[in-house]
Design a protein around this ligand. Structure first.
Ligand code: ADP
Ligand code: MG
Length: 469
């Protein structure tokens, strides 16, 4: 049959192409309507699929009928037969299947390797898990804010895929430990069961890989690769929002893994219900297992984290200093660590001892530089509260003097404490244009210098805002 196919192909393509691409191909098996051909390498297989699939199909149909199927068997460079052929389904060309029959070197996916989706040869898939060994359970301080997530993570590490926490969905604001915990689970799995294939990937990287795979026609290898993981950790899954193609492919991988009892761990900056622009069928799967929130750590936890970090860095700080930092940096742990680093840097740079005074100064300047945690909304509310003006009046067109003043102060603080543009400040505070906002800022600056009462207001509000960062 293959000979007749070859004849047909030879008649329809150039002799040179024929000799290059078809001469080395051998038929190895024919079973009913399924023909198995052997190609010298994966490259041949891809090249044939890409460039000659049409002609191969018509040759097959001619000789085997409409339901003809083709199976590729790929000879790998180094010989060593494994017993079970490896089968990959290729949805793109429906009928084709590829079998990798031999493989010798285990597949290593190295850090930084662009496209790790080589058809894995075998039974034993060896990959670099991309885990950060600094993020362990040992140094993940337990506190009220993360107790549930941490303990679920530990249980999962003991029996990946074997608990009802599948997927395990961890969500929180930034810098609260999602990534750390996700790595800790992965590392613990490897420590307890070295045979398990664990892979950590950020959704951002997953998207990139998928795009590259699509471009180079390796989509199926990509999917296949992910379907072979025992514990798949996808960090920052919310990054998938709005990306249809990636959602589709992730859906398939998710289903496959979940059905085969493999563990899936996801982290996100929002709960499953609050994620935007993601297909409903995916969202509903995110909710199948356990979703837990990591909260902002309380004072005791913050202090414990600081102490651990100091010990790790081999630094000593007085209790007083540590307490001061833990009291003042409340938003998240990354910032807590950042502050500690700045203080140490300041002290080293100025060859000064770390005194409470130095800490206060450093933190003060850090605080004024960090604008991101105060929103325009928050400022408006605070100002309205302070002047006892209803917020809808502030938002209205009224030119009553008191209201105008409150509105201008709100604009001034929005400029000072947020990174919003003048236009966007104007938009949010009573639908004014950017010139109005600019004018407001100047007015406040002027009055601040000339009007004592006004200065008191602004100072008061300033203190309130600063203490909220
Ligand atoms: P997220 O992924 O939620 O943005 P990360 O996991 O990157 O946050 O955490 C930010 C920093 O805080 C990291 O350096 C991490 O090691 C540290 N961290 C977070 N939670 C803890 C914890 N419970 N104990 C010790 N360090 C923590
Ligand atoms: Mg993270």
């Amino acid at each position: 049959v293959w000979d007749s196919c070859l004849q047909y192909i030879r008649d329809n393509i150039s002799e040179k192409s024929y000799l290059t691409w078809f001469e080395p191909v051998k038929a190895v098996k024919l079973q009913e309507n399924v023909l198995t051909i052997q190609v010298p390498s994966k490259f041949y297989y891809e090249y044939l699929e890409e460039n000659y699939i049409k002609i191969i199909k018509s040759a097959l149909t001619k000789n085997l009928g409409k339901d003809a199927k083709l199976v590729y068997s790929i000879m790998m460079e180094k010989k060593q037969m494994t017993e079970e052929p490896y089968t990959v389904n290729i949805p793109s060309s429906q009928k084709a299947k590829i079998q990798v029959q031999e493989v010798d070197a285990p597949l290593f996916v190295e850090r930084g390797v662009k496209n790790p989706f080589i058809i894995p040869g075998l039974q034993k898939l060896k990959i670099d898990s991309q885990l950060n060994t600094n993020y362990t359970f040992d140094n993940f301080i337990e506190g009220e804010s993360n107790r549930l997530a941490r303990s679920a993570g530990k249980q999962i590490a003991k029996r990946p895929g074997g608990t009802s926490f599948n997927p395990f969905f961890i969500y929180s604001g930034v810098g609260l430990g999602k990534t750390h915990l996700a790595h800790a689970i992965g590392l613990e799995v490897k420590r307890l069961q070295s045979g398990k294939t664990v892979l950590y990937v950020s959704m951002e990287k997953f998207c990139q890989q998928f795009q590259e795979a699509t471009k180079s026609n390796n989509r199926n290898d990509f999917i296949h690769f992910y379907q072979m993981i025992d514990v798949l950790i996808v960090d920052d899954i919310h990054f998938i929002s709005g990306k249809k193609g990636t959602q589709e492919v992730f859906f398939h991988i998710f289903n496959h893994l979940h059905q085969s009892g493999k563990q899936i761990i996801l982290t996100s900056d929002k709960s499953p219900v609050d994620i935007q622009d993601v297909e409903q069928r995916l969202i509903s799967r995110f909710k199948w297992g356990l979703s837990t929130e990591i909260q902002v750590p309380d004072y005791t936890t913050r202090l414990a984290i600081l102490k651990q970090k100091m010990e790790f860095d081999g630094i000593e700080l007085s209790e007083e200093v540590l307490e001061y930092i833990a009291q003042n940096i409340k938003t998240n742990i990354r910032e807590l660590e950042g502050s500690l680093n700045s203080i140490i840097a300041q002290a080293t740079f100025n060859k000064k001892e770390i005194t409470l005074e130095l800490v206060q100064k450093t933190l003060d300047s850090l605080i004024t530089n960090s604008k991101k945690d105060i929103t325009i909304d928050f400022i408006q509310k605070l100002v309205c509260d302070y002047f006892k003006v209803p917020i809808d009046l502030l938002q209205s067109k009224t030119r009553k003097r008191d209201i105008v003043q409150a509105r201008q102060i709100a604009m001034y603080f929005a400029k000072k404490y947020t990174n919003a543009s003048l236009t966007s400040i104007g938009n949010q505070i009573g639908k004014r244009d950017h010139a109005t906002v600019l004018h407001a800022c100047k007015t406040v600056d002027n009055l601040f210098e000339t009007d004592r009462m006004f200065k008191t207001y602004v100072d008061d509000l300033n203190k309130k805002l600063a203490s909220n960062i």
